[in-house]
Design a protein around this ligand. Structure first.
Ligand code: UTP
Length: 286
């Protein structure tokens, strides 16, 4: 498997007002946009053919991955060729393609646009506003899980907090290790009706998904929802919910984005220590 699809065509209403002008997928963790981290995860997982689904007003995502000749020229003349190489690193490791979803008709509609790109091969779907961090990249964990089962895999994680009600929650049976057989997904269930504590986060390995997308109608919010297609698929064939290892951030959510910025910055070589000291000082004052 070498293909990944990253949908970025949504409206980003949870992150207004900035998303009026800047796609949430391009919001930075200090200096690197979310989507670049996600593409790095894909590349580190052996996925070097990438399709990014954008909306008509998100062309700026394309620009980010284009070479900036004028800037590179200046940097080269200033003897900073290493920096130019670094700026081109992601593009040198992966082929990044783009397709436009003309209207935000939902996650399943976005995925359906990837059909020509993926053909009938299984592929990794990485939502453009979900960041996962782990030495053993989450996309790779799911690819390896797929190698064992040969069927659709959705990435899940135990969520003990009340914020589980914001997610799709897996209804599962027959657990073995990190694998759970999926019976269904309940979207945003109330706390007193949770089918499990396994929240569905934005990483999937999808096989034969287009057959199921074709058969669904508009669902929640009047949109074509991937969850509805997966619901059909798990009724008719085996789908697994795989409990991946690692930290996951909801980058479509303001607080999630802030958490990622702080936690990832603490790991930085250039100012991680300075930030740690700052946070300790700040904590003593508040
Ligand atoms: P979300 O549902 O989190 O994105 O979809 P959204 O619709 O932008 O969210 P709100 O408005 O803040 O609630 C998850 C991913 O799927 C993409 C989004 O861009 C996001 O990265 N998506 C969503 C599409 O590509 N197309 C769509 O029609 C909907």
């Amino acid at each position: 498997m070498n293909k990944a699809v990253i949908p970025c065509g949504g409206l980003g209403t949870r992150f207004l007002p900035i998303t009026k002008a800047i796609p949430k997928e391009l919001l930075p963790i200090v200096d690197v946009p979310v989507i670049s981290h996600i593409i790095d995860e894909c590349v580190d997982s052996g996925l070097d053919q990438i399709l990014v689904i954008i909306s008509p007003n998100k062309e700026i995502i394309k620009d980010y991955f284009k070479p900036n000749e004028m800037l590179y020229d200046k940097l080269m003349r200033a003897g900073k060729s290493d920096l130019v190489k670094e700026l081109e690193l992601t593009r040198s490791k992966a082929e990044i393609n783009f397709i436009t979803q003309t209207e935000a008709l939902g996650s399943a509609h976005a995925v359906s646009l990837a059909k020509d790109f993926t053909g009938n091969e299984p592929f990794c779907l990485a939502l453009g506003d979900d960041l996962t961090v782990n030495k053993y990249p989450v996309a790779k964990q799911l690819i390896d899980a797929y190698e064992e089962t040969g069927s659709t895999i959705i990435g899940v994680q135990r969520c003990d907090g009340d914020d589980i009600v914001k997610y799709g929650v897996a209804d599962v049976s027959k657990s073995a290790g990190r694998f759970n057989l999926l019976n269904g997904i309940v979207e945003k269930p109330p706390l007193d009706a949770l089918p499990s504590r396994l929240a569905c986060y934005g990483r999937y390995i999808l096989c034969d998904i287009y057959d199921y997308i074709q058969r669904i109608g508009k669902g929640k919010g009047g949109e074509y929802q991937l969850t509805d297609a997966l619901m059909l698929q798990c009724k008719e064939s085996k789908v697994y919910a795989y409990e991946f290892e690692g930290k996951r951030y909801d980058m479509g959510d303001k607080f999630g984005s802030l958490q990622a910025s702080i936690e990832l910055s603490l790991e930085r070589k250039d100012f991680g220590e300075e930030l740690k000291k700052y946070i300790k000082d700040l904590a003593a004052r508040i």
